[in-house]
Design a protein around this ligand. Structure first.
Ligand SMILES: Nc1ncnc2c1ncn2[C@@H]1O[C@H](COP(=O)(O)OP(=O)(O)O)[C@@H](O)[C@H]1O
Ligand SMILES: [Mg+2]
Length: 200
């Protein structure tokens, strides 16, 4: 824990930054089982928003584990720390007026609530999106063959099989990807952002 540190405020206010950049920062937090469609939707959403000339960036599970979080595993404590860091990083991006899209299983409610809480405290919007699909469906998709390995006992602590997934209780957006295609999911999220005035 660092001591003797003082927060140094900037010379540009949040409002001024938002006016200059013509958008408000927001974190769009995608959560759901592996293969529920988080990365697919995050990519399509990022592309769509960039084509609308919105400052957008995506933080994706595996990608972040190659760098910032390469020291972390998949036990509960490591997953907590993984999500804590992502929450902080996404908050920084959103503070920079970016539409920050995160795509992490983030199975524990407490971790997602922590991410929400630090955004709330900073007055930055946090949009929890439950990317939902039944286990049978995601297990059928299994694009990386991970469920097969988990069923065979080759992967320990696999969410949905041998580790818990705590569904969001009150997500801002609930997508059922078994019945909603990628384009529709992107449209639902974009409409939400526009209705809230985060993007124009
Ligand atoms: N409606 C849908 N929305 C998102 N992905 C879908 C949908 N239907 C099928 N898929 C497929 O499901 C898989 C989801 O994988 P991915 O996006 O990597 O999931 P996650 O990031 O949640 O682990 C992809 O192969 C994608 O093409
Ligand atoms: Mg993914």
């Amino acid at each position: 824990m660092a001591t003797n540190i003082t927060f140094h405020p900037g010379s540009v206010s949040t409002e001024e930054r938002q006016t200059l950049l013509k958008q408000k920062g927001v974190t769009i937090w995608l959560t759901g089982l592996s293969a529920s469609g988080k990365s697919t939707i995050a990519c399509a959403l990022e592309q769509h928003l960039l084509h609308l000339h919105k400052f957008t960036y995506r933080l994706d599970g595996d990608n972040v584990r190659f760098g910032l979080n390469k020291d972390l595993g998949f036990d509960e404590k490591s997953r907590n720390e993984n999500i804590r860091r992502i929450g902080e990083v996404s908050k920084l991006f959103a503070d920079a007026s970016c539409v920050s899209i995160t795509a992490f299983i983030s199975p524990y409610r407490q971790d997602r609530d922590f991410a929400r809480e630090i955004h709330d405290k900073a007055g930055i919007p946090f949009v929890e999106v439950f990317v939902d699909a039944p286990l049978e469906v995601v297990e059928q998709r299994d694009p990386k063959g991970l469920y097969k390995k988990a069923r065979a006992g080759e992967i320990k602590e696999f969410t949905g099989i041998s580790a818990p997934y705590e569904s969001p209780e009150k997500p801002e957006i609930h997508l059922n990807t078994a019945t909603t295609d990628v384009a529709k999911s992107v449209e639902i999220i974009t409409t939400y952002l526009t209705d809230k005035g985060y993007i124009q």
